[in-house]
Design a protein around this ligand. Sequence first.
Ligand SMILES: Cc1cc2nc3c(=O)[nH]c(=O)nc-3n(C[C@H](O)[C@H](O)[C@H](O)COP(=O)(O)OP(=O)(O)OC[C@H]3O[C@@H](n4cnc5c(N)ncnc54)[C@H](O)[C@@H]3O)c2cc1C
Length: 393
Amino acid sequence: MAELDTFREETRAWLEENCPPGARGPGQVPNGSTKVKIANPDVRVWLDRMIERGWTVPTWPKEYGGGGLSNAEYLVLLQEMRRIGARPALSGFGTSMIGPTLLEFGTEDQKQLHVRRIAQAEVEWCQGYSEPGSGSDLASLRTRAEDRGDHFVINGAKIWTSGAHLADWMFALVRTDPDASKHDGISFVLLPVDQDGVTIKPIQMISGESPFNQVFFDNAIAQKSDLVGELNKGWTVGKRLLQHERSGMESLAAGAAASEETTVPDMAKDSVGEADGRIADNGWRSRVASYEINSRAFTLAQRRAVEEAKDGATPGPVTSIFKVYGSELMQEYYSIAMELRGWEAYGVDPTTTDQGDIEMQKQWLFNRASSIYSGSNEIQRNIIAKRVLGLPD
Ligand SMILES: Cc1cc2nc3c(=O)[nH]c(=O)nc-3n(C[C@H](O)[C@H](O)[C@H](O)COP(=O)(O)OP(=O)(O)OC[C@H]3O[C@@H](n4cnc5c(N)ncnc54)[C@H](O)[C@@H]3O)c2cc1C
């Protein structure tokens, strides 16, 4: 404990000295993409300092650019960052998904190259899993990769590929043995996005934004040295990556380090009024109390998962529980926030210029998707039934 106290003191002092004002409070968190400019010089300074300390990926081994922190130290770091409002120096598909997967399944060369590049914010990734007709039933995917000796030639298409237009590399599930049973002929490969055989077409949403894309492969190339795990055994690698995505150490620890202060009761008091220090309306009081209890219980469950996990390791199929519960809790948060703001926030009034309302509406809408992406909550419930509770198929 004393060691952890010392670590806290040193960390606090280091953060105070090294986290510039422009990296505190809301703002940009870089993801390593070579295609996204870092607008604020403070953000660059913060990123460089964190890279040097290995704290862009605090629990990853030092030999691959990480900080080598234990889970307990990582929690302290996050709590101390939260105390001064410091944003993470780096986020993205690299730190949360492919990095931890490569640490488990990658060759030494892959770790030295790809994991190190992620830690040093030199690259951003995208996820080539879903295909038209293969979403929940992902193992039915049809994108083909033919073995040509030292490389694969890939043909087919992916869909809903978030951020492909801003990514440098893609990790993808491809079919390498069309004659094998559904789950057995799939391999997990890495490929650069900027090559002749890859075409990226944005999918425009009703909001006018295009966060995701359709990606077409027309004789695209993935090197054999970028095959992760064994040929035709990519399903195992791909499933493990989904566990990192659903509730990897990064998101579990961030949740576990969350402060117990909450804005929800204050939001409700502001909106419906206050009587004797309490929310003035019975219905709202009860709804906010339920939310608060569930939210705190969830934070404690995340904390327990972090404490029980081997340092830096993401838990297994129980991540599906975190995904279902976390996404539904988040949706309830935004529903409460929107209802409290009233009809203007829903965009009923198109002339509204209230940035708070506009931002809240965006978040509320985006979070409808959180029970769909990385496997819908119905699919997570199937996984929980089979893999956590051991119920028959
Ligand atoms: C915001 C967002 C970002 C995304 N980003 C990416 C990305 O970067 N890369 C990527 O590869 N994919 C991405 N996806 C795609 C996502 O993984 C799929 O949308 C998801 O897996 C569901 O597949 P589907 O859309 O084809 O729906 P379907 O599989 O057609 O499902 C339709 C409905 O049927 C239900 N259903 C299907 N099968 C079952 C079953 N066996 N039991 C019970 N219910 C079932 C589902 O729960 C769902 O409600 C993203 C999706 C969203 C919304």
